[in-house]
Design a protein around this ligand. Structure first.
Ligand SMILES: Cc1ncc(COP(=O)(O)O)c(C=O)c1O
Length: 443
Protein backbone atom coordinates (compact mmCIF):
# COMPACT_ATOMS: atom_id res chain seq x y z
CA UNK A 1 0.00 0.00 0.00
CA UNK A 2 1.38 3.40 -0.93
CA UNK A 3 2.15 5.74 1.95
CA UNK A 4 2.12 8.85 -0.29
CA UNK A 5 0.09 11.64 1.23
CA UNK A 6 -1.10 14.23 -1.27
CA UNK A 7 -0.17 17.83 -0.53
CA UNK A 8 -2.74 20.53 0.12
CA UNK A 9 -2.28 22.02 -3.39
CA UNK A 10 -2.81 18.55 -4.88
CA UNK A 11 -5.94 17.95 -2.82
CA UNK A 12 -7.13 21.44 -3.78
CA UNK A 13 -6.62 20.86 -7.50
CA UNK A 14 -8.42 17.53 -7.44
CA UNK A 15 -11.49 18.61 -5.49
CA UNK A 16 -12.18 22.34 -5.68
CA UNK A 17 -13.36 24.11 -8.85
CA UNK A 18 -12.06 27.66 -8.47
CA UNK A 19 -13.92 30.76 -9.65
CA UNK A 20 -12.43 32.83 -12.49
CA UNK A 21 -9.54 30.34 -12.66
CA UNK A 22 -8.17 28.44 -15.68
CA UNK A 23 -8.36 25.00 -14.08
CA UNK A 24 -6.36 23.37 -16.91
CA UNK A 25 -3.26 25.24 -15.73
CA UNK A 26 -4.09 25.49 -12.03
CA UNK A 27 -2.72 22.15 -10.82
CA UNK A 28 0.71 22.85 -12.32
CA UNK A 29 0.98 26.21 -10.65
CA UNK A 30 0.79 24.84 -7.10
CA UNK A 31 -1.05 27.91 -5.92
CA UNK A 32 -0.65 28.51 -2.21
CA UNK A 33 -3.38 27.10 0.00
CA UNK A 34 -4.12 29.60 2.74
CA UNK A 35 -4.31 28.12 6.21
CA UNK A 36 -4.06 31.18 8.46
CA UNK A 37 -3.52 34.92 8.52
CA UNK A 38 -1.78 37.50 10.61
CA UNK A 39 -2.68 41.16 10.21
CA UNK A 40 -2.19 42.07 6.55
CA UNK A 41 -0.43 38.79 5.77
CA UNK A 42 -1.84 35.46 4.62
CA UNK A 43 -0.05 32.26 5.63
CA UNK A 44 -0.10 29.12 3.49
CA UNK A 45 0.00 25.46 4.53
CA UNK A 46 3.81 25.44 4.29
CA UNK A 47 4.11 28.43 6.64
CA UNK A 48 5.08 30.89 3.89
CA UNK A 49 3.61 34.37 4.39
CA UNK A 50 2.21 36.65 1.70
CA UNK A 51 1.23 40.29 1.94
CA UNK A 52 -2.45 40.55 0.97
CA UNK A 53 -2.08 43.05 -1.85
CA UNK A 54 -5.64 42.96 -3.17
CA UNK A 55 -7.64 42.96 0.06
CA UNK A 56 -8.63 39.32 -0.49
CA UNK A 57 -10.47 40.29 -3.64
CA UNK A 58 -11.31 43.85 -2.73
CA UNK A 59 -13.15 43.23 0.53
CA UNK A 60 -10.68 43.31 3.40
CA UNK A 61 -10.55 46.65 5.24
CA UNK A 62 -8.58 46.28 8.51
CA UNK A 63 -6.40 43.23 7.87
CA UNK A 64 -7.11 39.72 9.08
CA UNK A 65 -7.76 38.39 12.59
CA UNK A 66 -8.63 41.81 13.91
CA UNK A 67 -9.25 41.33 17.64
CA UNK A 68 -12.23 43.71 17.75
CA UNK A 69 -14.03 42.03 14.83
CA UNK A 70 -13.18 38.54 16.08
CA UNK A 71 -14.60 39.47 19.47
CA UNK A 72 -17.78 40.91 17.95
CA UNK A 73 -18.40 37.67 16.04
CA UNK A 74 -17.63 35.54 19.11
CA UNK A 75 -19.92 37.71 21.20
CA UNK A 76 -22.71 37.25 18.68
CA UNK A 77 -22.02 33.49 18.58
CA UNK A 78 -22.79 33.40 22.29
CA UNK A 79 -26.21 34.87 21.55
CA UNK A 80 -27.39 33.44 18.20
CA UNK A 81 -25.57 32.55 14.95
CA UNK A 82 -28.55 32.70 12.64
CA UNK A 83 -32.24 33.38 12.62
CA UNK A 84 -34.35 34.34 9.59
CA UNK A 85 -35.51 37.85 8.69
CA UNK A 86 -38.58 36.48 6.91
CA UNK A 87 -41.27 37.84 9.17
CA UNK A 88 -38.93 38.15 12.20
CA UNK A 89 -36.28 40.59 13.36
CA UNK A 90 -32.86 40.05 14.85
CA UNK A 91 -31.11 42.64 17.00
CA UNK A 92 -27.82 42.57 15.09
CA UNK A 93 -29.44 43.37 11.71
CA UNK A 94 -31.51 46.18 13.25
CA UNK A 95 -28.49 47.84 14.81
CA UNK A 96 -26.51 47.61 11.58
CA UNK A 97 -29.41 48.97 9.50
CA UNK A 98 -29.68 51.98 11.82
CA UNK A 99 -25.95 52.63 11.60
CA UNK A 100 -25.90 52.36 7.80
CA UNK A 101 -28.86 54.73 7.45
CA UNK A 102 -27.13 57.28 9.72
CA UNK A 103 -24.07 57.27 7.48
CA UNK A 104 -25.65 56.82 4.05
CA UNK A 105 -26.28 59.64 1.56
CA UNK A 106 -29.37 61.69 2.40
CA UNK A 107 -32.70 60.09 1.70
CA UNK A 108 -31.70 56.43 1.97
CA UNK A 109 -33.79 55.19 4.86
CA UNK A 110 -34.53 51.48 4.37
CA UNK A 111 -32.14 48.51 4.30
CA UNK A 112 -32.80 45.20 2.57
CA UNK A 113 -30.16 42.53 3.22
CA UNK A 114 -28.73 39.85 0.93
CA UNK A 115 -25.60 37.74 1.12
CA UNK A 116 -23.28 38.70 -1.74
CA UNK A 117 -22.81 41.65 -4.02
CA UNK A 118 -24.58 40.13 -7.02
CA UNK A 119 -27.60 39.21 -4.89
CA UNK A 120 -27.67 42.79 -3.58
CA UNK A 121 -27.75 44.08 -7.17
CA UNK A 122 -30.55 41.63 -8.05
CA UNK A 123 -32.50 43.00 -5.10
CA UNK A 124 -32.01 46.53 -6.44
CA UNK A 125 -33.24 45.53 -9.91
CA UNK A 126 -36.32 43.75 -8.62
CA UNK A 127 -37.18 46.56 -6.22
CA UNK A 128 -36.92 49.11 -9.07
CA UNK A 129 -39.00 46.91 -11.39
CA UNK A 130 -41.75 46.28 -8.86
CA UNK A 131 -41.73 49.90 -7.66
CA UNK A 132 -42.64 51.17 -11.11
CA UNK A 133 -45.41 48.64 -11.51
CA UNK A 134 -46.90 49.48 -8.13
CA UNK A 135 -46.59 53.23 -8.57
CA UNK A 136 -48.58 52.91 -11.78
CA UNK A 137 -45.86 54.71 -13.64
CA UNK A 138 -45.53 53.56 -17.22
CA UNK A 139 -46.02 49.79 -17.10
CA UNK A 140 -43.61 49.68 -20.00
CA UNK A 141 -40.55 50.40 -17.84
CA UNK A 142 -38.71 47.29 -18.90
CA UNK A 143 -35.11 48.42 -19.49
CA UNK A 144 -32.19 48.95 -17.17
CA UNK A 145 -29.51 51.34 -18.39
CA UNK A 146 -25.90 50.54 -17.57
CA UNK A 147 -22.47 51.66 -18.67
CA UNK A 148 -20.19 50.24 -21.31
CA UNK A 149 -17.75 47.74 -19.71
CA UNK A 150 -19.93 47.56 -16.60
CA UNK A 151 -19.62 44.72 -14.10
CA UNK A 152 -22.23 44.12 -11.42
CA UNK A 153 -21.81 40.41 -10.62
CA UNK A 154 -22.16 36.94 -12.10
CA UNK A 155 -25.78 35.93 -11.62
CA UNK A 156 -28.00 35.86 -14.71
CA UNK A 157 -29.62 39.18 -13.80
CA UNK A 158 -26.34 40.94 -13.10
CA UNK A 159 -24.54 39.61 -16.18
CA UNK A 160 -27.39 41.15 -18.18
CA UNK A 161 -26.03 44.51 -17.01
CA UNK A 162 -22.44 43.47 -17.63
CA UNK A 163 -20.38 44.37 -20.66
CA UNK A 164 -17.02 42.66 -20.40
CA UNK A 165 -16.63 40.34 -23.37
CA UNK A 166 -14.52 37.69 -21.66
CA UNK A 167 -17.07 37.29 -18.87
CA UNK A 168 -20.35 37.96 -20.63
CA UNK A 169 -20.41 37.34 -24.38
CA UNK A 170 -21.03 33.58 -24.12
CA UNK A 171 -24.26 34.11 -22.22
CA UNK A 172 -26.02 36.42 -24.68
CA UNK A 173 -29.04 34.18 -25.11
CA UNK A 174 -29.55 33.92 -21.38
CA UNK A 175 -29.55 37.62 -20.62
CA UNK A 176 -32.28 40.27 -20.72
CA UNK A 177 -31.61 43.31 -22.93
CA UNK A 178 -30.31 46.49 -21.37
CA UNK A 179 -29.68 50.01 -22.60
CA UNK A 180 -25.94 50.61 -22.92
CA UNK A 181 -24.67 54.08 -22.05
CA UNK A 182 -21.16 55.26 -22.96
CA UNK A 183 -18.65 54.83 -20.17
CA UNK A 184 -16.97 58.15 -19.42
CA UNK A 185 -13.74 56.22 -18.87
CA UNK A 186 -13.73 53.99 -21.93
CA UNK A 187 -15.87 55.40 -24.72
CA UNK A 188 -13.20 57.78 -26.01
CA UNK A 189 -15.72 60.62 -25.71
CA UNK A 190 -15.00 63.81 -23.78
CA UNK A 191 -16.98 64.23 -20.56
CA UNK A 192 -19.35 66.67 -22.27
CA UNK A 193 -19.86 64.40 -25.29
CA UNK A 194 -20.40 61.40 -23.04
CA UNK A 195 -23.00 63.23 -20.95
CA UNK A 196 -24.77 64.57 -24.03
CA UNK A 197 -24.97 61.08 -25.56
CA UNK A 198 -26.11 59.65 -22.20
CA UNK A 199 -28.91 62.17 -21.95
CA UNK A 200 -29.92 61.60 -25.55
CA UNK A 201 -30.12 57.81 -25.09
CA UNK A 202 -32.00 58.06 -21.81
CA UNK A 203 -34.41 60.66 -23.19
CA UNK A 204 -35.10 58.44 -26.21
CA UNK A 205 -36.08 55.62 -23.85
CA UNK A 206 -37.43 57.78 -21.05
CA UNK A 207 -40.70 55.86 -20.73
CA UNK A 208 -38.97 52.51 -20.73
CA UNK A 209 -36.04 52.96 -18.34
CA UNK A 210 -36.63 51.28 -14.96
CA UNK A 211 -33.29 52.42 -13.51
CA UNK A 212 -29.79 53.60 -14.37
CA UNK A 213 -27.08 51.62 -12.61
CA UNK A 214 -23.53 52.89 -12.19
CA UNK A 215 -20.34 51.99 -10.33
CA UNK A 216 -19.56 55.38 -8.78
CA UNK A 217 -16.17 56.95 -9.66
CA UNK A 218 -14.32 53.74 -10.64
CA UNK A 219 -15.38 50.83 -12.86
CA UNK A 220 -13.36 48.24 -11.01
CA UNK A 221 -13.67 44.96 -12.90
CA UNK A 222 -13.27 46.82 -16.20
CA UNK A 223 -9.66 47.26 -15.06
CA UNK A 224 -9.87 50.15 -12.56
CA UNK A 225 -11.32 52.65 -15.05
CA UNK A 226 -11.53 56.02 -13.34
CA UNK A 227 -14.39 58.37 -14.24
CA UNK A 228 -13.64 62.05 -14.81
CA UNK A 229 -14.58 64.36 -11.92
CA UNK A 230 -18.16 65.54 -12.14
CA UNK A 231 -19.55 62.61 -14.16
CA UNK A 232 -21.50 61.06 -11.29
CA UNK A 233 -23.01 64.38 -10.23
CA UNK A 234 -24.06 65.19 -13.79
CA UNK A 235 -25.51 61.70 -14.26
CA UNK A 236 -27.57 62.31 -11.10
CA UNK A 237 -28.79 65.60 -12.59
CA UNK A 238 -29.75 63.93 -15.87
CA UNK A 239 -31.63 61.13 -14.13
CA UNK A 240 -33.49 63.66 -11.98
CA UNK A 241 -34.41 65.77 -15.01
CA UNK A 242 -35.79 62.69 -16.78
CA UNK A 243 -37.45 61.26 -13.65
CA UNK A 244 -35.32 58.09 -13.63
CA UNK A 245 -34.05 56.07 -10.68
CA UNK A 246 -30.29 56.15 -10.11
CA UNK A 247 -28.84 52.95 -8.64
CA UNK A 248 -25.31 53.23 -7.19
CA UNK A 249 -23.36 49.98 -7.00
CA UNK A 250 -20.87 50.79 -4.21
CA UNK A 251 -19.86 47.15 -3.78
CA UNK A 252 -16.24 47.68 -4.85
CA UNK A 253 -15.77 51.35 -3.99
CA UNK A 254 -17.51 51.62 -0.62
CA UNK A 255 -16.09 51.51 2.92
CA UNK A 256 -13.02 53.65 2.44
CA UNK A 257 -11.63 52.17 -0.75
CA UNK A 258 -11.61 55.67 -2.26
CA UNK A 259 -10.94 57.60 0.96
CA UNK A 260 -14.57 58.30 1.91
CA UNK A 261 -17.05 55.90 3.46
CA UNK A 262 -19.08 55.91 0.24
CA UNK A 263 -17.84 57.05 -3.18
CA UNK A 264 -21.11 58.96 -3.82
CA UNK A 265 -20.14 61.38 -1.04
CA UNK A 266 -17.30 62.74 -3.16
CA UNK A 267 -19.76 64.27 -5.62
CA UNK A 268 -22.49 64.92 -3.03
CA UNK A 269 -24.78 62.46 -4.81
CA UNK A 270 -27.76 60.77 -3.22
CA UNK A 271 -28.84 57.82 -5.35
CA UNK A 272 -32.34 56.34 -5.13
CA UNK A 273 -30.91 52.90 -4.44
CA UNK A 274 -27.43 52.03 -3.17
CA UNK A 275 -25.87 48.57 -2.94
CA UNK A 276 -23.16 47.68 -0.42
CA UNK A 277 -21.23 44.44 0.06
CA UNK A 278 -17.53 43.35 0.00
CA UNK A 279 -16.04 45.76 2.62
CA UNK A 280 -19.32 45.95 4.53
CA UNK A 281 -18.17 43.30 7.04
CA UNK A 282 -14.53 44.40 6.91
CA UNK A 283 -14.00 41.46 4.54
CA UNK A 284 -14.97 38.88 7.14
CA UNK A 285 -18.33 37.39 6.21
CA UNK A 286 -20.67 37.48 3.21
CA UNK A 287 -23.29 40.20 3.47
CA UNK A 288 -24.91 42.76 1.20
CA UNK A 289 -27.25 45.64 1.90
CA UNK A 290 -29.50 47.39 -0.62
CA UNK A 291 -30.61 50.79 0.65
CA UNK A 292 -33.60 52.64 -0.76
CA UNK A 293 -35.56 55.82 -0.20
CA UNK A 294 -38.79 56.09 1.75
CA UNK A 295 -40.64 56.86 -1.48
CA UNK A 296 -39.62 53.57 -3.04
CA UNK A 297 -40.34 51.66 0.16
CA UNK A 298 -43.80 53.20 0.42
CA UNK A 299 -44.81 51.73 -2.96
CA UNK A 300 -44.58 48.27 -1.38
CA UNK A 301 -47.10 49.05 1.34
CA UNK A 302 -50.84 48.46 1.14
CA UNK A 303 -53.22 45.81 2.37
CA UNK A 304 -51.19 42.64 3.07
CA UNK A 305 -53.40 40.70 0.66
CA UNK A 306 -53.09 43.31 -2.11
CA UNK A 307 -49.94 41.72 -3.59
CA UNK A 308 -47.55 44.66 -3.05
CA UNK A 309 -45.17 42.69 -0.84
CA UNK A 310 -41.57 42.30 -2.03
CA UNK A 311 -41.42 38.54 -2.48
CA UNK A 312 -37.67 38.19 -2.36
CA UNK A 313 -35.27 36.92 0.28
CA UNK A 314 -32.38 34.59 0.95
CA UNK A 315 -32.04 32.02 3.69
CA UNK A 316 -29.14 33.88 5.31
CA UNK A 317 -30.51 37.38 4.71
CA UNK A 318 -29.39 39.65 7.57
CA UNK A 319 -27.28 36.97 9.22
CA UNK A 320 -26.53 38.16 12.79
CA UNK A 321 -22.85 37.11 12.74
CA UNK A 322 -22.19 39.02 9.52
CA UNK A 323 -24.09 42.06 10.84
CA UNK A 324 -22.03 41.97 14.06
CA UNK A 325 -18.81 41.90 12.02
CA UNK A 326 -20.08 44.84 9.93
CA UNK A 327 -20.85 46.93 13.03
CA UNK A 328 -17.42 46.23 14.50
CA UNK A 329 -15.80 47.16 11.17
CA UNK A 330 -17.72 50.45 10.97
CA UNK A 331 -16.61 51.34 14.50
CA UNK A 332 -12.97 50.64 13.62
CA UNK A 333 -13.20 52.71 10.43
CA UNK A 334 -14.17 55.65 12.60
CA UNK A 335 -12.05 55.02 15.70
CA UNK A 336 -8.85 54.45 13.72
CA UNK A 337 -9.31 57.11 11.06
CA UNK A 338 -9.17 54.46 8.34
CA UNK A 339 -10.49 56.98 5.81
CA UNK A 340 -7.56 59.30 6.56
CA UNK A 341 -5.19 56.36 6.14
CA UNK A 342 -6.77 55.49 2.79
CA UNK A 343 -6.19 59.06 1.62
CA UNK A 344 -2.55 58.81 2.66
CA UNK A 345 -2.29 55.53 0.73
CA UNK A 346 -3.71 57.33 -2.30
CA UNK A 347 -0.94 59.93 -2.15
CA UNK A 348 1.77 57.28 -1.73
CA UNK A 349 0.43 55.17 -4.60
CA UNK A 350 0.27 58.19 -6.91
CA UNK A 351 4.06 58.47 -6.74
CA UNK A 352 4.55 54.79 -7.50
CA UNK A 353 2.03 55.03 -10.33
CA UNK A 354 4.15 57.64 -12.06
CA UNK A 355 7.18 55.33 -11.85
CA UNK A 356 5.28 52.28 -13.09
CA UNK A 357 4.00 54.24 -16.06
CA UNK A 358 7.61 54.74 -17.20
CA UNK A 359 8.42 51.00 -17.31
CA UNK A 360 8.59 49.62 -20.89
CA UNK A 361 5.39 47.78 -21.93
CA UNK A 362 3.31 49.51 -19.26
CA UNK A 363 0.56 51.03 -21.37
CA UNK A 364 -1.40 52.79 -18.65
CA UNK A 365 -1.55 53.05 -14.87
CA UNK A 366 -5.04 53.84 -13.60
CA UNK A 367 -5.33 54.90 -9.98
CA UNK A 368 -7.82 56.34 -7.56
CA UNK A 369 -7.80 55.96 -3.77
CA UNK A 370 -6.45 52.54 -2.86
CA UNK A 371 -7.37 51.07 -6.26
CA UNK A 372 -4.72 50.61 -8.96
CA UNK A 373 -4.75 48.96 -12.39
CA UNK A 374 -1.47 48.58 -14.29
CA UNK A 375 -2.16 47.64 -17.91
CA UNK A 376 0.65 46.11 -19.94
CA UNK A 377 0.85 45.75 -23.71
CA UNK A 378 3.36 44.42 -26.18
CA UNK A 379 3.49 47.78 -27.91
CA UNK A 380 1.78 50.61 -26.05
CA UNK A 381 2.57 53.02 -28.89
CA UNK A 382 0.26 51.15 -31.27
CA UNK A 383 -1.97 49.63 -28.58
CA UNK A 384 -0.88 46.10 -29.57
CA UNK A 385 -1.63 43.63 -26.79
CA UNK A 386 0.58 40.72 -25.80
CA UNK A 387 -0.57 37.46 -27.45
CA UNK A 388 -3.31 35.87 -25.30
CA UNK A 389 -1.34 32.63 -24.92
CA UNK A 390 1.44 34.54 -23.20
CA UNK A 391 -0.96 35.28 -20.29
CA UNK A 392 1.19 38.27 -19.43
CA UNK A 393 -1.09 39.59 -16.69
CA UNK A 394 -1.13 36.17 -15.11
CA UNK A 395 2.67 35.97 -15.36
CA UNK A 396 2.83 39.20 -13.38
CA UNK A 397 0.49 37.78 -10.73
CA UNK A 398 2.72 34.71 -10.40
CA UNK A 399 5.89 36.81 -10.27
CA UNK A 400 4.41 38.89 -7.44
CA UNK A 401 3.39 35.73 -5.62
CA UNK A 402 6.90 34.32 -5.88
CA UNK A 403 8.08 37.52 -4.22
CA UNK A 404 5.61 37.15 -1.36
CA UNK A 405 2.60 39.23 -2.31
CA UNK A 406 -0.88 38.15 -3.37
CA UNK A 407 -2.44 40.25 -6.12
CA UNK A 408 -4.54 39.37 -9.17
CA UNK A 409 -4.75 40.44 -12.76
CA UNK A 410 -7.78 41.12 -14.92
CA UNK A 411 -6.53 40.12 -18.35
CA UNK A 412 -3.33 42.09 -18.85
CA UNK A 413 -4.14 44.58 -16.11
CA UNK A 414 -2.49 43.91 -12.77
CA UNK A 415 -4.74 45.05 -9.94
CA UNK A 416 -3.42 46.27 -6.59
CA UNK A 417 -5.78 47.13 -3.80
CA UNK A 418 -4.22 47.47 -0.37
CA UNK A 419 -6.70 47.41 2.51
CA UNK A 420 -7.69 50.98 3.47
CA UNK A 421 -6.20 50.41 6.95
CA UNK A 422 -2.87 49.02 5.68
CA UNK A 423 0.12 50.82 7.27
CA UNK A 424 2.11 52.89 4.79
CA UNK A 425 5.26 50.81 5.35
CA UNK A 426 3.41 47.75 4.04
CA UNK A 427 2.02 49.73 1.11
CA UNK A 428 5.65 50.57 0.27
CA UNK A 429 6.56 46.90 0.52
CA UNK A 430 3.69 46.00 -1.80
CA UNK A 431 4.59 48.71 -4.31
CA UNK A 432 8.32 47.95 -4.32
CA UNK A 433 7.62 44.27 -4.88
CA UNK A 434 5.33 45.08 -7.79
CA UNK A 435 8.03 47.31 -9.28
CA UNK A 436 10.53 44.43 -9.09
CA UNK A 437 8.08 41.98 -10.65
CA UNK A 438 7.19 44.39 -13.47
CA UNK A 439 10.83 45.09 -14.26
CA UNK A 440 11.69 41.40 -14.25
CA UNK A 441 8.79 40.07 -16.31
CA UNK A 442 8.62 42.96 -18.80
CA UNK A 443 12.37 43.06 -19.31
C1 LIG B 1 -19.01 46.75 -8.73
C2 LIG B 1 -19.32 45.32 -8.37
N1 LIG B 1 -20.60 44.94 -8.29
C3 LIG B 1 -20.94 43.67 -7.96
C4 LIG B 1 -19.97 42.74 -7.68
C5 LIG B 1 -20.36 41.34 -7.33
O1 LIG B 1 -20.14 41.08 -5.98
P1 LIG B 1 -20.05 39.56 -5.49
O2 LIG B 1 -18.79 38.99 -6.07
O3 LIG B 1 -20.01 39.63 -4.00
O4 LIG B 1 -21.27 38.87 -5.99
C6 LIG B 1 -18.62 43.10 -7.76
C7 LIG B 1 -17.57 42.11 -7.51
O5 LIG B 1 -16.42 42.29 -7.81
C8 LIG B 1 -18.29 44.42 -8.12
O6 LIG B 1 -17.01 44.83 -8.24
Amino acid sequence: MSSYLPTWPERDATSVWHPFTAMSAYADEHAPVIAAADGFFLVDTTGKTYLDGHSSLWCNIHGHRVPEIDAAIRGQLDRVAHSTLLGLGNTSSIELAEELIQRAPTGLSRVFYADCGAAGVEVALKIAWQYHRQKRQPESRDLFACLGSAYHGDTVGTISLGDIDRFHSLFGGLMFPSLRLPSPAMSGLSLEECLAETERLLANHQERVAGVIVEPLVQAAAGMRVHPAGYLKRLREITRRLGLLLIADEIAVGFGRLGTLFACEQEAVSPDIMILSKGLTGGYLPLAATLTTEEIYAAFLGDPWAGKTFYHGHTYTGNPLACAAARASLRLIEDRDVLGNARRIEVALAEYAANWAAIPHVAEVRHRGTMVGIEVQRDPATGTPFPAEQRMGHQLTLACRERGIIVRNIGDTLVLMPAPAMPLALVDQLADTVTAALRDILR
